[in-house]
Design a protein around this ligand. Sequence first.
Ligand code: ADP
Length: 366
Amino acid sequence: MMEKASGFLKLEDISKSFGNTPVLKGLNAEISKGELVSFIGPSGCGKSTLLRCIAGFTRLDGGRIVLDSKVINDELPHRRKTGMVFQNYALFPHLSVENNINYGLRLQKLPRRQIRKRVEELLELVNLPGLGSRRIDQLSGGQQQRVALARALSLNPKILLLDEPLSNLDANLRVRMRNEIKRIKEQFDLTVLFVTHDQEEAMSISDRVMVLSGGKVEQFGTPEDIYDRPSTDFIAGFVGLVNFIDGTVKQMDAQGHRIQVKSVLGDIEVAGKGENVRIGDRIRLVIRPESITVYSNPGEIRKENFFQGEITSSIYTGSLIKYEVRSGDCRLFVEQYNPKICGKLAVGSRVGLEISKQLHFLKGKP
Ligand code: ADP
């Protein structure tokens, strides 16, 4: 019987040590068919190890990997119906593009004509039509990456595993390849796992992002969940810049929609979503730099969440200005988009600051 779509890939209690060093410590997750999931986390946290365990290049110490209702722990890599693209592409440099792509098809002893047709389809798919007879060393890095992708797709894998596939490409090419991976994934309803050390890449390409830390899944959610509603301060700080302001719930309405928090900055009102907090609870506000608006006229007074400050650093990046602003004992990171409209303020300027009420917070902090 077909597994429910939500459990197309199940990672159950996965553990793996190298020598005496545990890397994966009872990791659990379920991935749906057709999802593109990125693994992110600090370097050395086990992202590649997890991917290699799924591909079958690394043996688990414990746990089960279930793909499309089948436990694949003991299957050889080429029988798992997974396709993998390695960071260094791992192509055969002395073979032609065609013979790299058709390697798996030839091992399956398919008829020659069928193999040739499939290679042509794959070359079209990865935008390399007509390059089948080129040698690998006659290709650019971006083209090699496309060959590796075509090879990984050649046997119609149930799941495509990508281990930092874009890290050797320049910035523009990375963005193009990202979009192509997304296009291919959508065209074939492919399930894709993508290891990257680049949080922005993960956020922009993924349906869901899995943050690994301490050998387990720290949070697994949509890019919006991870950025706007991080479950821990580690995640809030790992993905993007953040200002933490600790405080105590001073007042709130019965529904928990208006929560007033006493902090070193002053009282900050938060638009709650009915979270389970009570007056007196300690909380940590997670304030993203774009949740603060800078007003060049410090005398401007707005009713709530309005504070005075002084700019201590100002960096212009074209599409945005990054400020550091001191307000009382707080140092805040603030980002203002579209400098042409909001203007550029010099270090030393006295400013007004308005903090959005749409704030996420972590309970029981510090
Ligand atoms: P990430 O991809 O998150 O950067 P890895 O999965 O590559 O991390 O590595 C996790 C940890 O396991 C690291 O400390 C790494 O040194 C170690 N490790 C990975 N592969 C091996 C191996 N084959 N032998 C010994 N240690 C390994």
